[in-house]
Write a protein that binds this ligand. Sequence first.
Ligand SMILES: *[C@@H]1O[C@H](CO)[C@@H](O)[C@H](O)[C@H]1NC(C)=O
Ligand SMILES: *[C@@H]1O[C@H](CO)[C@@H](O)[C@H](O)[C@H]1NC(C)=O
Ligand SMILES: *[C@@H]1O[C@H](CO)[C@@H](O)[C@H](O)[C@H]1NC(C)=O
Length: 229
Amino acid sequence: MISFQLIAFIFAFVAPLVSAEPPLFVCKDESCDTSKAVMDLPPSQTALVAPAIAPLFVLLGVGVQNYTCSGTTFASIGAVASFFDISCLAGTSKFDTIQNTTFKVWGRVPSSVPSTAIGALVGAPYLDGVFPLLRHPSSGTSISPKWDFTSTGKFAGNSTAFVIGVKVGDILASTNPAADIDWLRLARVEGDLASHVFRVDTVGGQPPTSCVSGSPPISVKYTSKYYLF
Ligand SMILES: *[C@@H]1O[C@H](CO)[C@@H](O)[C@H](O)[C@H]1NC(C)=O
Ligand SMILES: *[C@@H]1O[C@H](CO)[C@@H](O)[C@H](O)[C@H]1NC(C)=O
Ligand SMILES: *[C@@H]1O[C@H](CO)[C@@H](O)[C@H](O)[C@H]1NC(C)=O
C-alpha cells in the first residue's frame, strides 16, 4: 500500500530528480554480460581480491544495519535489505554511482517508506528483501548473512537459490570509513546461489562512535553493491 508519506515524499524530492533525467534504468534482459562489472578495489591490500572471472550478477542493496548499545559502543545485531539486480547496468556511468544516487533518496525518506519502494525508482528487477543474519555452525560466535532468493524474482520456487556466507575478508571503506560500512568478502557455507559474495561501494551504515549504556537499538540506513561469484 502506498502511504500518504510516500506520495508526499515523491512530490517533494523524487519527482524533481526523476524529471531531470529519464528513469535510471530498466532491465529487460535478465542474462546480461557482466564482464564489464569490475570491482574497484583498493590497491596494496590482500583481504579483498577479485576472482579472475566475471560475477554471476551484481546487486544493489538498500537497507539498514541494526546495532545495539553494548557498554558504550554499538555492536552489530543484524541487517535487513532489499536487493535489486543491477547486472545489466554494468559498463555504464550510472552503474558506478548507483549506490550514491539511491542513497540520496533512501537516506531522506521517512522510516515508514520501505526499501522495496526505493527500488521502483531505480528501475532494476527486485530479487528479494530477505536478509536475516543467522548463527550458522561454521560462523563460530559471529552472525552470518543469508541471501535468500527462493521466493521472489527470477529464482522464485528454486529451493537452492540462497547462500549463507561467512566473512573471510574485511577492509575499511575506501570512501569515508567513519560513515560507510566496511567492504567485505564472504565465502559460502551453504546454498547454491554463489560461492563468494563481496560487499563493496558502501554508502552509510556506520553507527555513531559511542552510545549511552542502556539506550535502545538503532537502525542505520545504507546502500551498497554486492558482487556474487
Ligand atoms: C532491523 O531493525 C528494523 C527496524 O528498524 C526491524 O524492522 C528489522 O526487523 C531489524 N532486522 C534485523 C535483522 O535485525
Ligand atoms: C536454481 O538456482 C541455482 C542457483 O542457486 C541455479 O544454479 C540453478 O540453475 C537453478 N535451477 C533452475 C532449474 O533454474
Ligand atoms: C559516493 O558515496 C561515497 C561514500 O559516501 C562518497 O565518498 C563519494 O564521494 C560519493 N561519490 C559521488 C560521485 O557522489
